[in-house]
Design a protein around this ligand. Structure first.
Ligand SMILES: Cc1ncc(COP(=O)(O)O)c(C=O)c1O
Length: 421
């Protein structure tokens, strides 16, 4: 065996000592705000303090419970031997249930549905199946960081459009028009939104559909929180308006899943619903299925929970929304009465994104808040925001006592560090 091999003209010299293995350069722009905060939180925990976690988007860390009938369905599937690989697109009964759900959402032009390992995998597969090098996809700013992470992984330059805080965080149409180029293939909508908790108005969906038609864009409509709509009054459920219901002709992938609405984020079950003009979307759907086949399948036994979840009792949602509404109201009141803080009222999901008027960065704010008051939130810059503005994201899943304690700590911190506005 020769010790020195040749790669082209360069001799390859064997290493005599361990060298650093660097990560791919494309990953440099992948934001991972929580990681930086985790080090600070570890310091505080080592000093013997307990953290008040207003940063975790997992309902099962708090007083929310998975409906028992869907646990039984998975248990039965495992007992019945559904432990091998599933069909790549998903098991037939789950696909049929997702089609039923699409119909209830008012999506009339369904061309395909498939099951994935969480909505996250659907996002990854659908974006990967669409963009070529040199093309781009418009993503909202602020956004849920998965989108920019997938685009970075693919080596696609980021192209973010602003959400307008002065207009209840609606997409800024003028900015979308400014950012569009001949290489833009799609646009991401997150509705209800993480991190702002905002909802797109129907008029906004119609205007975005118009832009998508004009520029031949695929719309990626992330509706993972569509059953967690939080009306202002005591009325219970205000129906969510699906983009694909408003624009049946526009090529659209609606992302959904079990993590949030059915309280099983650890099962990793999500899906994509393809709608729009049939001839237009057919080649794209074939591309999506190539990738679905390559990754074999989503978790198999867990797919047996999809039908009972979507078609069975929905009682748990009444309780989930009641709790979230009360916690949203508490959060909103605190924002209203705390100097230097203002917040667009969240209307869905379990996030609030208050603005803070402070003379330093929100990252410093958040780190010092953990050190001094042991309250953990995430800085706005971790999600992207307009230059010159500062925010932080609150997850209002914890119970009222925990939230009250945390908000008292944040108010004290603001008063001590910056004084009243
Ligand atoms: C907007 C949004 N989309 C997708 C996901 C990921 O969902 P899943 O657990 O189904 O992968 C999340 C998770 O927090 C989210 O906030």
């Amino acid at each position: 065996m020769p010790l020195v091999q040749s790669v082209g003209m360069q001799p390859l010299v064997p290493a005599t000592q361990a060298r650093e293995i660097t990560a791919a350069k494309r990953l440099e722009n992948v934001r991972y705000a929580i990681r930086d905060l985790a080090c600070v939180a570890d310091e505080v925990i080592q000093q013997g303090h307990k953290i008040l976690p207003l940063n975790i988007g997992d309902p099962l860390n708090f007083d929310f419970q998975t409906p028992s009938h869907i646990i039984e369905a998975v248990y039965k599937a495992m007992r019945d031997g559904k432990n091998g690989y599933a069909p790549s697109p998903g098991i037939p009964e789950a696909l049929e249930a997702i089609r039923g759900e699409a119909a209830r959402k008012g999506i009339a032009t369904v061309r395909d549905v498939f099951v994935t390992s969480g909505a996250s995998e659907a996002v990854d597969v659908c974006i990967s199946a669409l963009v070529n090098p040199g093309e781009d996809i418009l993503t909202p700013k602020p956004d849920y960081p998965l989108y920019s992470a997938v685009l970075c992984k693919l080596g696609i330059a980021l192209n973010a459009y602003d959400l307008n805080e002065d207009d209840a965080w609606q997409p800024e149409l003028a900015d979308i028009e400014r950012k569009l180029t001949s290489r833009t293939r799609g646009i991401v909508l997150i509705n209800p939104n993480n991190p702002t908790g905002s909802l797109c108005s129907q008029q906004m969906l119609e205007q975005i559909a118009e832009i998508a038609r004009r520029y031949n864009l695929v719309v990626f409509s992330d509706e993972i929180y569509d059953k967690l709509i939080l009306p202002d009054s005591t009325e219970d459920a205000t129906p969510h308006v699906a983009f694909a219901a408003v624009a049946p002709d526009v090529p659209c992938i609606t992302f959904g899943g079990m993590s949030k609405n059915y309280l099983v984020p650890g099962w990793r079950i999500g899906w994509g619903i393809v709608s729009g003009d049939a001839a237009a979307v057919t080649p794209y759907v074939e591309g999506i299925h190539r990738l679905l086949r390559a990754r074999l399948c989503a978790n198999h036994p867990e797919q047996y929970a999809i039908k009972p979840a979507l078609e069975g009792p929905q009682d748990h949602l009444i309780e989930v929304r009641r709790k979230l509404r009360s916690r949203r109201d508490l959060t909103q009141k605190w924002c209203q009465f705390t100097p230097r803080v203002s917040c667009v009222a969240p209307r869905g999901a379990f996030y609030a994104f208050p603005r803070i008027d402070i003379p330093e960065s929100d990252e410093v704010f958040v780190k010092e808040l953990i050190r001094q008051k042991h309250v953990m939130v995430v800085h706005g810059s971790g999600f992207g925001q307009k230059p010159g503005t500062q925010h932080f994201r609150i997850v209002f899943l914890p119970d009222e006592n925990t939230l009250t304690k945390a908000y008292a700590g944040i108010a004290e911190f603001i008063e001590e560090r910056y004084g009243g506005a």
